[in-house]
Design a protein around this ligand. Structure first.
Ligand code: KG4
Ligand code: ZN
Length: 338
């Protein structure tokens, strides 16, 4: 089936057309995972609009989504849309409520006009399934590290559709920490890519804390690390900002990698999956991949186009949700989780 998916949970307006085939695998082996072909995936970023405010302004995001959605639909250049698609899918949460509503209202209208079913999708399941867009075979059990602007979650997955949350952040999400530390360093929003760039020019020579690294729990905490950077900059005003960026980035990576590896060992994982906007971080990808290799387990991360918010992953999640016979309410659910 072909799914037209819509994503507007934060500051990216995205529409995608994805061909979805196959069934859910019966056993642990991912041999017969559903298969996807991303026919179109357009992402329109609102970064320039929100940048002067240092973060995303929900009402502005909504206004821009409403403006962008019909434009992107046109840009997809799908003739005879009614004949080309079998369902419409839309993110219903988590995310910014006004932004979510923009997508939901648009999707409802479109589905009604085309007389197609509408599938409400959990954005975090979208991130989780961004890894299957590549049609790779994932062996289970797997450990999934979901790191985005709003979430940091460690999952134990026993199949594509069964998982248990091992831990999550107790305060700031990993992406949020990148964004806040970037602001301390005078870098623009979003901070993740900016810190990555600056860190490449520096060395991780400052010993920032690795929060909760040695604790048994699989939870995370990044707000203390952010405060440590704040105090360091206050006490060392001439410090190299590139070294601060590199040291902060390394502290985050060390914690994320150590907990993922410990979970993989404890649960005898066959694979480690990385996803969410922070998975675009090249150093994180490199360190986690190296750790997985050392453990002798598979490592999966989506292609760069599908790390940060995109509608293709929403189509994949919609298809898997349909195969499972599950439904989400078609209202904005800003606190939806995995
Ligand atoms: O998944 P995403 O696009 O949106 C949410 O669902 O939150 O993630 C956005 C987050 C932002 O905090 C951004 O700074 C971070 O992902 N990010 C990165 C990188 N690219 C995006 N963090 C670190 N390194 C990057 N290269
Ligand atoms: Zn996201």
């Amino acid at each position: 089936m072909r799914i037209l998916a819509i994503e507007t949970s934060c500051d990216d307006t995205s529409l995608a057309l994805v061909e979805c085939r196959g069934r859910l695998p019966a056993g642990r082996q991912g041999l017969k995972t559903p298969r996807f072909k991303v026919l179109k995936n357009i992402i329109s970023s609102q970064i320039k609009i929100h940048r002067p405010f240092g973060g995303v302004v929900p009402t502005l995001a909504k206004r821009e989504h409403i403006k962008n959605l019909p434009k992107i639909l046109q840009k997809l250049k799908i003739e005879n849309l009614k004949l080309k698609i079998d369902a419409v899918a839309v993110t219903v949460g988590p995310g910014l409520e006004p932004a979510l509503w923009a997508g939901i209202e648009f999707a409802k209208e479109l589905a009604k006009k085309l007389n197609k079913p509408l599938i409400g999708v959990n954005h975090m399941e979208g991130h989780l399934y961004s890894n299957v867009l590549k049609n790779i075979r994932i062996d289970f059990p797997a450990i999934a590290l979901v790191v985005s602007g709003g979430h940091t979650i460690l999952l134990k997955m026993t199949s594509l559709t069964k998982w248990k949350k091992l831990g999550e952040t107790r305060d700031d999400a990993a992406g949020e920490a990148f964004d806040k530390v970037a602001r301390l360093l005078g870098l623009p929003y979003p901070g993740g890519p900016e810190i990555q760039k600056l860190a490449a020019e520096g060395k991780p020579v400052i010993n920032f804390p690795r929060p909760m690294l040695r604790e048994k729990s699989y939870d995370f905490s990044f707000s203390g690390l952010k405060t440590a950077v704040l105090y360091y900059l206050r006490d060392n005003p001439t410090a190299s900002k590139a070294d601060v960026a590199a040291s902060f980035q390394q502290a985050v990576i060390d914690v994320l990698v150590a907990k993922s590896v410990r979970a993989a060992r404890e649960y005898g994982a066959e694979s480690i999956l990385l996803c969410g906007g922070v998975s675009a971080n090249k150093a994180l990808r490199m360190f986690l991949q190296a750790a997985a290799k050392k453990l002798g387990v598979g490592f999966f991360v989506p292609d760069f186009e599908f790390n940060t918010d995109n509608a293709a992953m929403i189509a994949a999640a919609a298809y898997i949700q349909k195969l499972r016979g599950r439904k989400n309410r078609l209202i904005a659910q800003s606190n939806l989780t995995l």
